[in-house]
Design a protein. Structure first.
Length: 281
């Protein structure tokens, strides 16, 4: 376990999955505790896909490959490439096992930096292969809501009309239902999560705040590089996930071709991709 500290925050990050496990500010815990009987994760990293593939498979250069929902990075042990009191770099490289399901040579770095009362999380993907690489990156941080989620709102900097996509299991439909109309405040209700997540494929804001309307306790996530945004929690559980994604699950009528998958990121041979988001407590 890697521990980063400054005057405001103490952050614990596991090498397994390069996953944040705890954030303390003024002795108060802001992250879900990964209780396995409810949900044993706290901030899984999604790579090389976000969400689920139709039938858990895709086709590349005429060959079928299989990937589980959200990919494999969350199940891998990362190497700590560098560390000081307030920052750490975690590295994942391809290996024989990853190439069975994802036929690309790559390096993935996750860079954590404490900035006063914020954590900046940067991602760097290097394509070491001689062919174009296809992937997505997404974040899945779970914030502790001990009072229950219905005491909380999601606040956007811009007025939004948000349509959540209907779901076919882990796949998206092309239509959806409106959960917010011309407002920047979305009250949270358990009913939204009876099936799964709220998936917003179109959103103007590139920031969202989870705020307790009674106490004022809040967390703000700035995601300038993410095209999509999701909200999720397990029904009745005391956490809420704010999820900036660089990709989306397959649509229900997917043809399996990863090179034409909606929202896919294409990275040329020898090129490097960078993105980041920041969490302010």
């Amino acid at each position: 376990m890697i521990i980063l500290k400054n005057e405001k925050l103490e952050v614990k990050i596991a090498e397994f999955g390069a996953e944040i496990k705890s954030v303390l500010k003024d002795g108060v815990e802001y992250f879900w505790n990964s209780a396995p009987e409810i949900w044993g994760k706290s901030a899984p990293l999604m790579f090389p896909i976000c969400g689920g593939l139709k039938d858990n498979k895709y086709i590349f250069e005429g060959k079928e490959y299989y990937l589980p929902k959200h990919g494999f990075a969350q199940t891998k042990m990362f190497t700590v490439e560098s560390q000081d009191d307030t920052s750490a770099v975690f590295l994942l490289k391809d290996d024989e096992k990853t190439r069975e399901s994802y036929p690309f040579s790559f390096e993935l770095r996750v860079i954590y930096t404490l900035l006063e009362d914020s954590i900046k999380i940067g991602y760097e993907v290097k394509n070491l292969d001689n062919k174009t690489m296809y992937f997505n990156l997404g974040s899945h941080e779970a914030y502790y809501t001990p009072e229950g989620i219905e005491d909380y709102d999601i606040i956007f900097p811009e007025k939004e009309t948000l349509t959540a996509s209907y779901l076919y299991g882990s796949q998206l439909a092309y239509n959806g239902y409106t959960v917010l109309k011309d407002s920047n405040v979305l009250p949270l209700y358990e009913k939204y999560f009876a099936i799964d997540a709220l998936v917003f494929t179109e959103i103007k804001s590139r920031s969202a705040t989870l705020r307790n309307r009674k106490t004022g306790r809040s967390v703000t996530v700035d995601f300038p590089d993410a095209s999509y945004f999701l909200l999720w929690h397990k029904s009745g559980a005391p956490y809420m996930c704010l999820e900036p994604w660089g990709g989306i699950p397959d649509y229900h009528d997917s043809n399996y071709d990863i090179t034409t998958k909606p929202g896919i990121t294409m990275l040329g041979s020898g090129k490097t991709y960078n993105c980041s988001h920041t969490i302010k407590f």
